[in-house]
Design a binder for this molecule. Structure first.
Ligand code: IFM
Length: 451
């Protein structure tokens, strides 16, 4: 057994879960199959210039048709869990009304297949593919979308609630708010800057209503979150940069974690939230079984020049190696985040890392081997960062690698490969990378060590 495998599992407590993550629009394809309605991502990708390589998720990995082949890969990996997302427009093509049976049946089969393979299903209810009809009615700027989301959650809970092990209602509400509604790089590309803040409240309310629906259905699994968090690091020692970084921490991290974990908004942003805020906060802060956290890297922040529409600018933290995306590789940022959360939120439930991973454009060599040592090094370092946080008192119970397979990376199309499995997007042939075998070894070594 290699030393990195032994290192990676050292310091992880008994019962620790290993898994992989994916999302519907990024892997499924089958854009109109079985009555699926259009989502905001179908609309966005059809607009020229939105996606760097001009691609769409119309086919993606064609997982909708090849799911049993992918299930075999999941089985072969041997990890405890698999996180997938349910496409709302497959279940309710226009975001409200009765269930589209064929769409929900797909996830029913997937969940059964996972359980037969001995893998715990982790279901995300919303990973960004909002039914277009709801966006036409205001999208997440409208309170109504949160109410519809609660109804959709109830429909899914009714069908899958007896078998899903973990529920993540909303993936990365901060990314949706900032990149989809404040800026224009993700769908629906509204570009509203601070006028997008009500979106945060409606996504959080949607989370609360979904938690309520899942509890009302007495689902057997645990309920949590999947929120992207990043330490905000000032790019210089100046007071102005420190203040800008504190503001970004509030906007990116606290705005989404405080309401869930403390039942209140940060003072600086509370006034921007549409009512009835106090009642909504009671729903938003219902107790959770785990806090799901997605980590990639810290954000570098500097103060913006006088007269800018926002008081900060983002920049890369320097001095670190980078992934194919150019994102800095900072495992210590993960330790910092986990220990800071533990200190900041006294009632924090156990944490599960619902995403962590890296893009590297490594393809098959002449022998068909995908030798992605850089990914192994990244995962190894981040698992050790988790162990460091646990040693410092953080209660972390699981790690889900993003991603099982290369997929459609949003505005970056097929140019960024995050998978443990290589996908040839011309032939759709799947080839497990060396990191796949390494991760399988990590899981085996952990089990052997804790058996
Ligand atoms: O691919 C995304 C995923 O959909 C959400 N979290 C970050 C990943 C990498 O950018």
């Amino acid at each position: 057994m290699s030393s990195t495998v032994q290192r990676a599992v050292g310091g992880l407590p008994p019962g620790f879960l290993f898994g992989t993550s994916t999302a519907s629009y990024q892997i499924e394809g089958a854009a109109t199959a079985d009555g699926k309605g259009p989502s905001i991502w179908d609309t966005f990708t059809a607009e020229p210039g939105r996606i760097v390589d001009g691609s769409t998720g119309d086919v993606a990995c064609d997982h909708y048709h090849r799911w049993s082949e992918d299930l075999e890969l999941i089985r072969r990996l041997g990890a405890d869990g698999y996180r997938f997302s349910i496409a709302w427009p497959r279940v309710q093509p226009s975001g409200s009304g009765p269930v589209n049976e064929a769409g929900l049946a797909f996830y029913d089969r997937l969940v059964d297949g996972l359980l037969e393979a001995g893998v715990q299903p982790m279901a995300t209810l919303y990973h960004w593919d909002l039914p277009q009809a709801l966006e036409d009615g205001g999208g997440w700027l409208s309170r109504d979308t949160a109410l519809r989301f609660g109804e959709y959650a109830a429909l899914v809970a009714d069908r899958l609630g007896d078998r899903v092990a973990h529920w993540c209602p909303v993936n990365e509400p901060n990314v949706v708010t900032m990149n989809g509604y404040a800026l224009t790089d993700l769908a629906p590309a509204r570009g509203l800057l601070f006028d997008a803040l009500p979106v945060a409240h409606h996504l959080l309310l949607g989370h609360g209503l979904a938690v309520q629906a899942l509890r009302a259905a007495s689902v057997s699994g645990q309920i949590g979150t999947a929120t992207n968090h990043q330490p905000a690091w000032p790019l210089s020692g100046s007071e102005a940069d420190a203040a800008a970084a504190a503001f970004v921490d509030t906007l990116w991290n606290r705005l989404f974690a405080d309401p869930v974990l403390l039942g209140r908004y940060p003072d600086e942003l509370a006034a921007a939230m549409p009512g009835p805020v106090a009642e909504d906060l009671a729903l938003i802060s219902q107790p959770l079984d785990f806090y799901g956290l997605n980590y990639y890297n810290p954000i570098g922040v500097r103060a913006a020049p006088e007269g800018s529409p926002v008081p900060f600018e983002n920049g890369e933290v320097g001095g670190y190696p980078t992934t194919g995306f150019g994102w800095p590789i900072v495992p210590a940022g993960l330790t910092e985040l986990l220990t800071d959360f533990t200190a900041r939120y006294p009632g924090l439930p156990p944490i599960i890392l619902t995403e962590n991973g890296c893009s590297f454009d490594t393809g098959p060599d002449d022998d068909g081997v995908v030798d992605d040592q850089a990914r192994i090094d990244y995962l190894d370092a981040h698992l050790r960062a988790v162990a460091d946080a646990i040693a410092a008192g953080a209660d972390v119970r699981g790690y889900y690698c993003w991603s099982l397979m290369d997929n459609f990376e949003w505005a970056d199309g097929y140019t960024q490969r995050f998978g443990l499995v290589h996908v040839d997007f011309d032939t759709l042939v799947r080839t497990p990378k060396r990191s796949f075998d390494w991760y399988a070894d990590v899981v085996r070594a952990y089990r052997a060590g804790t058996a």
